[in-house]
Design a protein around this ligand. Structure first.
Ligand SMILES: NC(=O)c1ccc[n+]([C@@H]2O[C@H](COP(=O)([O-])OP(=O)(O)OC[C@H]3O[C@@H](n4cnc5c(N)ncnc54)[C@H](O)[C@@H]3O)[C@@H](O)[C@H]2O)c1
Length: 342
């Protein structure tokens, strides 16, 4: 008899975080194991779509934390068969057995060491993070403070790095996230969850953090620290870089002065939010004005006159607000929605 714990994603569509709850099934080995049918993780096409940047092609670059545990190595084999051996990095704080070490990339990664985790993500161009490090039930009860650190602080480190580097993140949950007051038969997705172990409590925490993270990054909520009417001059980074190159290449005799204003557009947070909402109708912005930042913004010009740069060395911007929003949303994986909106 084979004991299989199947991981069933509870969120689909364009998501960066999948919080999933595992279901325990006791199956004879011949039965087909239920697949991740609703998960967008399945197809190579989706893999491309969900990679960190839309400019990247090819398979995802995967990091598995806590990969030397019961589930991680099997997961690595599965993903390596699909995406190639070198695209799946196993990590743990334990020393790998030699057959694991020789089977593909392995690195030391302590999820409590955020700096080290960030370095691994950056140096290896990681786009998917499967976060398997945890102290499970018995080990957690035996060392509650370590379980709290690994399962909660470790998760926060992973969430922060995933947000910083636009990673697709998967965090498995467990039936231990239910407790004695949860319905025991046909337990629904949403029900009372009052577990009595630190493992269960930390997994409820992970489930809720997954929802908050998902809401924040994909359903489009943004808290702005400036007043909605704060107008500032802006340029898209590509215009800014091109201006640098063009001024360096311009003939010296074209300059009538030594310091030039260079700008593209000028907009307020409210105008930006309205432009984003054209593509992401559910986008919501809230305002929580930070007096320090507001004072700095209020001391800056609301628009720049760059007519001298345009006249002397032919400066011309490419990106106005609509092009800026379209480009930035597509870089963040919202291209499908933009296509629909257009
Ligand atoms: N195995 C199951 O039956 C089951 C069921 C449901 C959910 N899950 C979840 O799946 C994930 C993996 O489970 P597993 O059974 O492989 O667990 P496991 O206990 O076998 O492995 C966990 C791994 O995490 C590593 N780890 C501990 N502290 C770490 C740290 N500070 N930094 C990095 N790694 C650290 C350990 O060295 C270990 O290899 C866990 O999140 C668990 O909650 C497992």
């Amino acid at each position: 008899m084979l004991v299989v714990r199947m991981l069933r994603p509870i969120v689909g569509g364009m998501v960066r975080t999948l919080a999933c709850r595992s279901c325990t099934a006791i199956l004879p080995p011949v039965l087909p194991v239920r697949v991740l049918s609703s998960s967008p993780v399945q197809t190579p096409t989706d893999a491309h779509f969900h990679s960190a940047s839309s400019s990247e092609t090819g398979p995802p670059r995967v990091l598995i934390t806590g990969g030397l545990g019961q589930l991680g190595m099997g997961l690595a084999n599965l993903l390596r068969n699909r995406f190639g051996k070198d695209n799946v990095i196993l990590s743990d704080i334990k020393k790998p057995p030699s057959h694991v070490f020789c089977s593909g990339p392995f690195v030391y990664a302590d999820v409590l060491d955020r700096q080290n985790l960030r370095e691994i993500v950056v140096n290896n161009r990681v786009t998917w993070l499967l976060h398997y490090s945890a102290l499970l039930s018995a080990a957690g009860e035996a060392n509650v403070s370590l379980a709290r650190a690994v399962n909660i602080t470790g998760l926060h480190n992973v969430l922060d790095i995933a947000a910083e580097h636009n990673l697709r993140l998967f965090v498995p949950s467990t039936i231990g996230a239910f407790g004695p007051t949860s319905p025991r038969n046909r337990t629904p997705d949403l029900s009372v969850q009052r577990p009595r172990t630190i493992y269960g409590v930390s997994k409820v925490h992970a489930e809720l953090m997954g929802e908050i993270f998902h809401d924040a990054v994909k359903r489009g909520k943004f808290e702005c620290n400036l007043r909605p009417s704060t107008r500032l001059p802006m340029m898209y980074v590509d215009d800014c870089l091109r201006a640098t190159l063009e001024v360096m290449e311009a003939p010296a005799e074209s300059f009538s002065m030594r310091t030039y204003n260079v700008t593209a557009m000028s907009f307020t947070p409210d105008e930006l939010a309205q432009e984003i909402a054209k593509h992401v109708p559910e986008f919501r912005i809230t305002y929580c004005v930070d007096p320090v930042r507001q004072a700095i913004a209020d001391s800056w010009p609301v628009s720049l006159d760059d007519s001298m740069a345009r006249k002397d060395w032919g400066w011309k911007h490419d990106f106005d607000l609509p092009e800026l929003v379209t480009t930035m949303l597509s870089l963040h994986g919202c291209d499908t929605r933009i296509a629909q909106a257009n």
